[in-house]
Design a protein around this ligand. Structure first.
Ligand SMILES: [Zn+2]
Length: 271
């Protein structure tokens, strides 16, 4: 039995699968701020299933040491810095093998293979949730990279003086993430139905997205994450902004993500 784990800033998911085609069970819970509480909950949930676990695949945010299983830095979970996720899980499940990958990369792969991007070979994925993540999937594979693919931390305002949780100034995440939405507009994206706010927000998203489009040149951009639940509110103004920003560049197709648990399903296509 394989357990796939997706640890997001807000929600964690555990999927149990026997065949790399479907999950027999998916468990969701709110991600803990305390690393030890998170580990305890994961071990509890897996042990409660009384299954023979051969593989544990973990998708997580932040910058990671994927070989050693270490959270190097995650702006949203400062207490997780330097923590090793393989060690306690290996103690609990010594027969299992482990993989760790960036959560947005796995979700991008899920959408590119099974979701909105399944008919395309160059699929850009951007997740707008409490943080921002994203990746380009080429021929159903995660783009090779040395350190990490971090569209969240592209600088879109050189003049910004305020330091964001990652330690940078002026990065995309500090304007277009769900966290930034609440700070800038005083309301959560989920609660907001104000057209003017969505228009203002789409301008912020457009700057970072335009950069990704010219760098990645994808056939399609898939937008996922919690903010994408309001896709219909911002897609029209977003397309207009992109046209203004990129007059000489054809804007690719932009679609909302299709899978609820892309960060789990991506593991089925992971190589
Ligand atoms: Zn940043």
């Amino acid at each position: 039995m394989t357990v796939c784990i997706d640890i997001g800033g807000s929600t964690s998911r555990l999927g149990f699968s026997n065949n790399k085609r479907k999950f027999d069970k998916i468990i969701r819970f709110t991600t803990f701020d305390n690393f030890q509480d998170q580990i305890n909950r994961i071990i509890f949930e897996i042990k409660s299933q009384s299954l023979d676990i051969s593989k544990i695949n973990i998708a997580a945010a932040g910058s990671l040491d994927k070989k050693k299983g270490i959270f190097i830095k995650w702006g949203q979970k400062k207490l997780w810095r330097g923590q090793n996720i393989f060690q306690p899980l290996f103690q609990a499940f010594p027969k299992a093998s482990f993989l760790l990958e960036n959560d947005a990369n796995v979700a991008a792969l899920g959408e590119a293979v099974y979701g909105a991007g399944r008919n395309y070979s160059l699929v850009g994925y951007l997740t707008l949730s409490s943080g921002i993540g994203g990746c380009l999937i080429i021929n159903k594979k995660i783009t090779p990279h040395h350190f990490g693919i971090e569209p969240a931390h592209q600088i879109i305002n050189f003049y910004e003086t305020k330091v964001w949780s990652c330690g940078q100034r002026g990065c995309f995440e500090s304007y277009a993430s769900g966290t930034a939405f609440k700070q800038i507009f005083g309301i959560t994206a989920e609660e907001c139905d104000d057209k003017n706010i969505w228009k203002a927000y789409s301008k912020l998203v457009a700057v970072g997205l335009a950069n990704l489009i010219v760098l990645w040149s994808p056939e399609i951009m898939v937008i996922g994450g919690g903010v994408a639940n309001k896709f219909e509110q911002f897609i029209s103004p977003l397309k207009l902004e992109l046209k203004k920003l990129l007059p000489i560049f054809n804007t690719p197709l932009i679609l909302k993500s299709k899978l609820n648990d892309a960060g789990l399903y991506g593991w089925f296509a992971f190589k």
